[in-house]
Design a binder for this molecule. Sequence first.
Ligand code: 0X9
Ligand code: CA
Ligand code: ZN
Length: 462
Amino acid sequence: MRPPTPRLRRPNGRVTAAAIAGLLALAVATPASSNTTPGPDARERVHEYEVTGPRTAAQRTAVAATGASVDAVRKDSIVITADAGQAERIRRMGYPLRVLPGPPDRSGGMKPAPFDFPPADAKYHNYKEAMAEIDADVAAYPSLMSKQVIGKSYEGRDIVAVKITSSAKTADGAGTADAAKAPVKAVAKAAAKPEVLFTAHQHAREHLTVEMALYLLKEFGSQYGKDDRVTKMVDSRVIWVVPDLNPDGGEYDIASGSYRSWRKNRQPNNGSSSRGTDLNRNWDYKWGCCGGSSGSTGSETYRGSGPESAPEVKVVADFVRTRVVGGKQQIKAAIDFHTYSELVLWPFGWTYDDTAAGMTQDDRDAFAKVGTSMARSNGYTPEQSSDLYITDGTIDDWLWGNQKIFAYTFEMYPSSAGAGGFYPPDEVIDRETARNRDAVLQLLENADCMYRSIGKEQQYCT
Ligand code: 0X9
Ligand code: CA
Ligand code: ZN
């Protein structure tokens, strides 16, 4: 597919004065060590910057309102990804900016195959390798796993969901052996198994999250019958893993052999040469409500032309809606994996308030209790997502606000840009995916009644 021609020329073919001025401004503002492959549209070039000064969520939200993405938050500075225009606007707000080093060169001087990771990062799975790995896991554990193609991305790649559960007819947390011993009658009227959803890779450059999803498949498959906690959960829950929400963006990010720091999907925008919607601003709950997304197509946080306008979001939202059975949403809890900053986040993102319409004190307390406990196990920092900055149209706000699913966002390794940012070396994959094993099991174990965590099982779950 050929990207649309940048609108630098008038129909009569003459280059406009404004276009020349724009190009000159870019030439001046773009750092010499540009780290992205020159594309047809210079406006798409982005860099990470350290912004010194913003120290409150409101100040960070104001910076994000320029259309930059906020990648990391520190006490009195933040790290953003921005294009030259956004960077200039932030400078004019009075905050000093410092350009950070671009994505690492892991080529080792070798030319990688197109659409593949550079040689030094070969342990990361590109789209084709991830699909092959999923198929291999399903083939290795056919009695536990099955794969469904739930729809297609804008460029036509399969978006898949893997279902993991054993044939045990129990939802009470008992293992297969217990289930086999249980009287036939008890088995026959066994309750539906609570379902839990794990999603990954809404943001193209956050490749470690695909590895997280693949780790979960391997772990639940290989440890079933060996590890007691895994066995109980595979018996008593239905686990859904959607390993790649943004395959087009992910492939685009690696396609040239040097990382592009791409965030959005690859959907063209009407009347604009800038491609892409930020999938995590496109969900149908308070979409675009609150200054937590952008209406500009060139922005890193462009919310799309309407809620669910991104095919990838529509596909996953439709899938979640199919889990409403007999008027009841079967999915009780969820984690959406992102990078980076090492955070456990809960809704709402659209408001600074702890409680709001659709979020009672008990809801908030259960979110915080389980979230804090998960964070203790992986060493992440637990907080409400708007403690960082306001976001609207995010998946967790939709899953909770619209579907009443206890949905968390995990921001994985590393904790800072200096430690690798969006591109940590593949040597960390095993350690940083296994690091979330206990947290994932905790969520599964709590999923049948999240309010048990605050001592209110009687009130909410009987
Ligand atoms: O901005 C985002 O979408 C997430 N950060 S990232 O660097 N991975 O892009 C944070 C989202 C926080 N807000 C909610 N989860 N609601
Ligand atoms: Ca390596
Ligand atoms: Zn993200």
